[in-house]
Design a binder for this molecule. Structure first.
Ligand code: ADP
Length: 186
């Protein structure tokens, strides 16, 4: 299973990805988590990424693509993986295709969590209060959503054309959404 999980910031991708990856026995690869780990360790990648993340902008494709290429080449990703938060641009879609094709693979499915935008904003504001993520303040949240709807949401059409897009209603409890995802993968 080579899966991507898409959906706007606050759709619950991270939460659901942990459960899906565990159920399928594949690694959960979150570009946002990898960037945040680099930021907290103060690596060169983290210092570069932080400037963009704090503004709600995407990290440049060159940086992100190289990081994903490296990560999916690890042994644990050989049986498959669940990408969370990647691809987000058309260049990333193309790059992922070529990473997979060079090993003779294709994406199995693209899962898109659909949510109500007002609900997403209130989830993110709540998360800001609970976890204090640097990019969870209201202006940056709005910018992240804007960037998502302008640059990433349209990419789902590419996966729909290939017949691998599966849209899942992301509203409801964590368990309800998780069951819908597992049903979509069955
Ligand atoms: P969210 O989906 O809630 O915005 P993420 O944790 O997935 O949160 O991402 C946080 C930030 O990390 C993004 O706003 C962006 O700056 C950066 N980032 C994550 N994934 C990518 C990607 N595929 N391409 C470019 N930037 C990314």
């Amino acid at each position: 299973m080579r899966l991507v999980l898409m959906g706007p910031p606050g759709a619950g991708k991270g939460t659901q990805a942990v459960g899906i990856a565990a159920a399928l026995g594949i690694p959960h690869i979150s570009t946002g988590d990898i960037f945040r780990a680099n930021v907290s360790q103060g690596t060169a990648l983290g210092i570069e990424a932080k400037r963009y993340m704090d503004a709600g902008e995407y990290v440049p494709d060159g940086v992100t693509n190289a990081m994903v290429r490296d990560r999916i080449s690890h042994d644990d990703a050989r049986p498959g993986f669940l990408l969370d938060g990647y691809p987000r641009t058309i260049e990333q879609v193309a790059e992922l295709d070529s990473m997979l094709a060079s090993d003779g693979y294709k994406l199995t499915k693209a899962l898109e969590l659909t949510v109500n935008v007002d609900e997403v904003v209130s989830r993110l504001v709540r998360r800001a209060a609970e976890q204090g993520r640097a990019d969870d303040n209201e202006n940056v949240i709005r910018r992240r959503l804007e960037v998502y709807f302008a640059q990433t949401a349209p990419l789902t059409a590419l996966y729909a054309q290939r017949g691998i897009l599966q849209q899942i209603d992301g509203m409801g409890t964590v368990d309800e959404v998780g069951l819908r995802i597992m049903a979509a993968l069955a």
